[in-house]
Design a protein around this ligand. Structure first.
Ligand SMILES: Cc1cc2nc3c(=O)[nH]c(=O)nc-3n(C[C@H](O)[C@H](O)[C@H](O)COP(=O)(O)OP(=O)(O)OC[C@H]3O[C@@H](n4cnc5c(N)ncnc54)[C@H](O)[C@@H]3O)c2cc1C
Length: 419
């Protein structure tokens, strides 16, 4: 087995590669294609899936090198975070060469068609059906909270393919084209003012049998890989490299890569995976520039937020030491991430005082704290709610009794349903 170079060596090698290859006049598509060929678009994936097989610290070293070199980072979004690693593990080599390549070089943007109006925490209770006729599946149902659905070229779909089987054993995982008449995407506006997520109606939508990922009716296992990557990525103290939305709809592929970097540098905010050190430093600088720093209670709250960020970072490091894993690391870092957002909201609002009532350019912070404050309930919900993370830790790690319910062998069609 190849030994991974040290993070310092990775950082130095990638910086050297960037010096030899970066040109701000390249288009976004050309640069992303070069990153993919070099195994740098998603270095945690294996070589069979255009990666380098690096650990998370190795991948973070790559991000640090890209960031400090001032170049455009790999495509952002759910395709890179969830679809590529899921397909790299469960897809056929043909699926990997087609779909994973197109995620990593930004050709396609993906969305996650998991949650339904009646199936969120109880995801395996989903009702969207897929029926096979010859080589083609026909899909009917409704998904909801689909982040980035309005920009997606392809969806990660889980659908019921056998209602006679127990609920976890009659689900299949598909890649489905979002560009078809049977797929209707309706944006949902949040209190931040943005419409980040959508309802997606699937009405006689189709997908080919060759686009099933993993075995038929074994989609729950595949979905768990997606959910595992989701939890592990959220709250993983990722290094934010300037980037932009991939895919055919967002319209960035033909833009000059250097222009995108120029626009992204200096913009503050969060990608939703945690509160970075940059945001914390921004808050401290803001407090020092106004009377907030003089209040002992504000300094104390800032220190609590700093401690939380540090504890999360150090827990991540401990988790990499052999025999130090409890199995709950992903759940715990996800819980810590929700807490970071709540603490940033509270201490941030007290640092900026009455400015917190203004938005965007009307505010002296450009609306950074306000945007995060309005977004702060969301991290405790997406990727599995805080309560569900605690249930998982209780049942699977601490060995507490399971929640009462019908036996796990009950056929899906026999289970009690709402409405
Ligand atoms: C910003 C955002 C983006 C999202 N993006 C996506 C996406 O791209 N794709 C996608 O498929 N989904 C997405 N989701 C959906 C998200 O995964 C679900 O909202 C989440 O799983 C909770 O499901 P629910 O909303 O149906 O709530 P419910 O499951 O109905 O839960 C309601 C409340 O009951 C609690 N609860 C439920 N069951 C239990 C239990 N057994 N024990 C204790 N408490 C319980 C929950 O914790 C919660 O507080 C997104 C959500 C948000 C907020």
């Amino acid at each position: 087995m190849m030994v991974e170079p040290s993070p310092e060596k990775i950082e130095a090698d990638v910086s050297e590669w960037v010096s030899a290859n970066w040109d701000p006049d390249l288009t976004v598509a050309q640069w992303w294609s070069m990153l993919t060929d070099a195994g740098l678009s998603h270095p945690m994936l294996g070589e069979h899936a255009f990666g380098r097989g690096y650990s998370r610290p190795g991948a973070q070293a790559v991000s640090r090198a890209l960031k400090s070199s001032g170049v455009l980072g790999p495509p952002t979004g759910i395709g890179t975070m969830l679809a590529a690693p899921t397909l790299a593990e469960h897809g056929t080599q043909e699926q990997i060469e087609h779909y994973v390549r197109r995620v990593l070089d930004g050709t396609d943007s993906w969305c996650q068609l998991f949650s339904e109006p009646g199936a969120g925490s109880d995801l395996a209770g989903l009702n969207t059906r897929a029926e096979l006729d010859g080589e083609e599946w026909t899909v009917n149902g409704q998904k909801v909270w689909t982040s980035g659905g309005q920009y997606a070229d392809v969806g990660m779909l889980i659908a019921r393919t056998d209602a006679d089987a127990p609920k976890h054993r009659g689900i299949t995982y598909f890649a489905i084209s979002m560009h078809q008449p049977g797929v209707e995407v309706r944006p949902l506006r949040e209190m931040t003012g943005r419409a980040m997520f959508n309802e997606v109606f699937l009405n006689e939508a189709t997908t080919n049998d060759s686009d099933a990922i993993g075995d038929r009716n074994d989609g729950w296992r595949v979905a768990n890989t997606t959910l595992m990557w989701e939890r592990a990525s959220l709250g993983a103290s990722n290094v934010a490299v300037p980037s932009c939305m991939p895919g055919s709809i967002a319209g960035n592929l033909d833009k000059r890569a250097g222009d995108i970097v120029g626009r992204a540098v200096g913009q503050r905010g969060t990608s939703g995976t945690g509160i970075g050190k940059g945001l914390f430093d921004f808050l401290v600088a803001k407090a020092k520039s106004n009377s907030a720093w003089e209040k002992g209670s504000t300094r104390q709250e800032l220190m609590k937020l700093y401690s939380l960020l540090e504890v999360n970072r150090l827990s991540g490091q401990r988790a990499r030491v052999p025999n130090q894993r409890s199995g709950a690391e992903g759940n715990i870092s996800k819980l810590m991430m929700s807490e970071q957002f709540r603490r940033f909201r509270d201490v941030g609002s007290s640092v900026i005082g009455s400015d917190a009532m203004l938005m965007g350019s009307s505010s002296s912070t450009g609306g950074v704290v306000q945007g995060i404050a309005l977004f702060s309930p969301a991290p405790a919900i997406y990727g599995g709610t805080d309560q569900v993370q605690r249930n998982i830790i209780g049942e699977r790690v601490l060995g507490l009794p399971k929640e009462p319910g019908p036996p796990s062998t009950t056929a899906f069609k026999e289970l009690p349903k709402n409405g």
